[in-house]
Design a protein around this ligand. Structure first.
Ligand code: FES
Length: 154
């Protein structure tokens, strides 16, 4: 499941900290980056690589909203619908994404291209509405701009 490069990356992170628990969050991040989500198998590999109890790895992974526990599409759209974004039309944009790409909140498009997550404020209230696509940030969104942006994610 993890290739040698990824295992080496986790081991290098582990070597940077006197306490291996400190390497847990970045290691989980790497696992999610590689596979898109944290399967039981991925968490087991992290547990073994860091020599930490499996329950501790699962407990930490389940605490943070940034970690996903189900398979996702090739690209994850996270759109904010909190107050500033909502006032400026974020819910309409969610409907647009659903109609245009066939993906509903907490779901994945039938072609596996996009998953859609509704999120809380991402700190771009002054230029709302805002979203992330994978780790790329976009703000000042309108339907046409979203379509132009998402066309870049095949
Ligand atoms: S409310 Fe959406 S970025 Fe702050």
């Amino acid at each position: 499941m993890f290739n040698e490069t990824v295992l080496k990356e986790i081991e290098e992170i582990r070597a940077k900290f006197p306490d291996r628990k400190s390497a847990l969050l970045p290691s989980l991040y790497i696992a999610q980056r590689e596979f898109g989500w944290l399967s039981q198998e991925a968490m087991l590999v992290v547990s073994r690589t860091l020599n930490l109890p499996e329950a501790e790895v699962r407990g930490t992974a389940s605490f943070y909203a940034m970690f996903r526990h189900n398979p996702v599409g090739r690209h994850v759209i996270q759109i904010c619908t909190n107050v500033s974004c909502m006032i400026l039309g974020a819910e309409r944009l969610v409907d647009f994404i659903g109609a245009r790409y066939g993906v509903q909140p907490n779901g994945t498009s039938p072609d596996g291209r996009f998953s859609l997550v509704i999120m809380e404020c991402i700190g771009a209230c002054g230029t709302a509405p805002a979203m992330l696509v994978n780790t790329d940030f976009y703000d000042d969104l309108r339907e046409q701009r979203i379509e132009e942006i998402l066309e870049g994610y095949k």
